[in-house]
Design a protein around this ligand. Structure first.
Ligand code: ZN
Length: 75
């Protein structure tokens, strides 16, 4: 999975989780499902939000910027 794909998937999972949790605020099962979606988005970030060159975590770096560790461009 590329850096850009991981960011899009993370955003989609986080938003889906938030929306499901809000819509299901009175339903414990829906609330748990929403929280699981949001956490899976965070796991995607943890696993794939890495520099393709040096492998270090990028934090909030956006695609097109440079890695703060090795200085190479993130595509
Ligand atoms: Zn790097």
């Amino acid at each position: 999975m590329t850096f850009k794909t991981a960011q899009k998937l993370r955003d989609a999972l986080l938003w889906a989780g938030v929306i499901i949790a809000i819509l299901g605020y009175s339903n414990v099962v829906m609330l748990i499902i929403g929280i699981l979606f949001a956490f899976s988005g965070l796991m995607i970030t943890r696993l794939f939000n890495k520099c393709p060159h040096c492998g270090k975590q990028l934090g909030t770096t956006k695609a097109g910027e440079h890695c703060r560790f090795c200085g190479k461009r993130i595509d």
